[in-house]
Design a protein around this ligand. Structure first.
Ligand code: ZN
Length: 237
């Protein structure tokens, strides 16, 4: 089984009825629910207001893939926990960063760049698959539309990704590297752009499928206890 922890800031859902109407169980609850439709995945949730933000050492040690959604409260995540997430990725934990999570502390730590981008509310997006052989693109059509989504545009200040799997085109004319992969240490990272809290994006079937595929792709084949290359005895000749 792939053990997933879906982390969410969980502030918009508590403060705005309009967001709660779309996600009555929170964005984290919605994502955990559709992930668990896959028999290979078991999903738990964690939120900002929990002690240690719900990311204790034990939780991180028992997480194969961490999903991160956040927006306005990145600064409330403690530096200590952000560092622990970064270290867990270097040791092999998968990380999927969604939408406005592009500015969260663990992602910016792992990227080393500002991770800023251009944005505008309420546009129509067409998501194009530009790497159809990639495991994250499995059973995803050549393109699909998100009727209303926040525009995220280039320049997206990330290091050159290992792979660009999806490109977003917006009605306003902007384009965006909407689905990109990275490797850091032993960990695999996928950033996926759709998912503004005021739009029902995580109810859209191809979006759910992409996140499910990404969990399987990012799941570690092995985890280690230390970062880097462990000391070994010389091989016998
Ligand atoms: Zn947004």
């Amino acid at each position: 089984m792939i053990r997933v922890t879906v982390w969410n800031e969980n502030v918009h859902e508590r403060e705005h009825q309009g967001v709660r109407d779309i996600y009555p169980d929170g964005i984290h609850g919605c994502i955990a629910k559709f992930l668990e439709l896959d028999e290979e995945i078991v999903a738990k949730t964690a939120t900002l207001e929990m002690p240690s933000h719900g990311l204790t050492d034990e939780v991180l040690e028992n997480t194969d893939v961490l999903i991160w959604w956040a927006h306005c409260h990145h600064h409330e995540v403690s530096d200590e926990i952000a560092k622990k997430v970064q270290q867990a990725v270097l040791k092999g934990m998968g990380l999927i960063v969604l939408h406005s999570g592009h500015l969260c502390k663990p992602f910016t730590l792992l990227m080393g760049t500002s991770c800023t981008l251009k944005w505008r509310d309420n546009d129509r997006e067409r998501v194009w698959c530009c790497n159809p052989g990639h495991p994250i693109a499995k059973a995803i059509p050549e393109q699909f539309e998100i009727p209303v989504e926040e525009m995220y545009g280039e320049f997206f200040d990330i290091p050159n990704p290992d792979e660009v799997v999806f490109l977003g085109w917006f009605k306003g004319g902007e384009v965006f590297r909407s689905g990109v992969t990275f490797t850091r240490g032993r960990g695999r990272i996928f950033y996926f752009q759709p998912g503004h809290e005021w739009n029902p994006t995580y109810h859209i079937e191809p979006v759910q499928k992409i996140i499910t595929n990404a969990v399987k792709w990012a799941a570690p084949t092995c985890r280690i206890d230390e970062i880097g290359c462990p000391n070994t005895q010389p091989l016998e000749k």
